[in-house]
Design a protein around this ligand. Sequence first.
Ligand SMILES: *[C@@H]1O[C@H](CO)[C@@H](O)[C@H](O)[C@H]1NC(C)=O
Length: 412
Amino acid sequence: MRTDPVFQMNLTWVFTLVAFSTVACHALYDCPRPKCETCLPADIYDAPGVGFDLTPSYGTSAVHYYNGTVVEVVQIHGKPEYLELMTRLAKGGKPILMEDQGILQKSYFKLFSLLDSFLGLPFSARTGWCWLNEKLERPLKSDDINIISEMLWNLKLATEKQIRQDLNRVAITTPDIPTLSPEMINTALQELDLQTWTGDCSWYPRRLIEADAVYAASGYGLCKSYHDLWECDDEFYLAGSPVILFVSFTRHLLYTSITIPNNGESLMRFAYDEIKDLNFELGLDQILEADNPDILWARLREQITTFSQSSEFRITGFLLAGESTTNPLFQDNLKDALAGLSGLHIEPKIAPFALMGSVHGEKSMDLTFAAARGAALYARRRQEVQCDCSELGECELSRQKERSGGQVKLDL
Ligand SMILES: *[C@@H]1O[C@H](CO)[C@@H](O)[C@H](O)[C@H]1NC(C)=O
């Protein structure tokens, strides 16, 4: 038996890999994926991908067309009750899910939400609602859901004008705030008869976090073979994972987070903020309206510096988003804050604004819409794949026939 260390290391490595891929294969993906029995029709496959971003201050919508054109549709400012709700949720407060409803309904909702998170069942909560509604024969009213629904409704209307067709499915990105749960957002969507691209399929993200969406919208971490989950992962196999500092700055909020996309891949099932900090006292409005703005700018620098220093890993990348990032004073203060960090905490060669507002190798984008663009891109890609099977090659042929008005052949 060979005992030289290199051989042993290789052997350990191989065993680890085999063990890992077996576990990953059975736990995460039921490999190999079965072949689909039907093909996606061209009108779904080619439809514009629509993404909404629900920030704590406002909502935005973006459309990603089949031909690759991206349109930033609308920004809707949150009403006071929207801001109040987001602040409450961000501070860890519980959503008020129902007005004056019995304990029974509340516990059913909890049960369905639990089922959702354990089994990844996409519409169990929704089915639960409907079933309960039927049983109790009264509409479920819930303040917080209505507030979110109203925002979504406005985004939907503006988007339908842009795409000149009914909108029936959307991908939504949010900050990584646990109480702003996918169940809550999907219930709000359901009130508007909108379906979702998040949480609908256990192999794809339950939640699309803003940092990840902005990373993708900036052109990073996008696999070429997105029609196949496995090939997608293979493209990034053993690539290093970047440690990204994400800063979102709006009129009401400074949001900082560290996110570490696995092997650098974006839009994966498991994306979350490692650490985050939300400060509702350091929005641009509060700073500008203060008697002494300099004190607040100093606090903003302090927050960014302290936050970056608290990261367990050295920061290697930087992403910016939000409606107030174009403010020159903010940019100066941000630059100062980052420049003050030592090489221990941040990779010295990242140019602070290297990623700011630039789409990798393309023209620039408006950072207000960065996350919505990422969500739209995600929707666009998801429309071309089925949840739990791989399409046969013939499907593209049948879609080509559909596109040219020929015979429609769905079943193979
Ligand atoms: C892409 O499609 C959209 C919607 O049909 C259209 O408005 C736009 O001009 C197209 N862009 C290109 C480059 O063809």
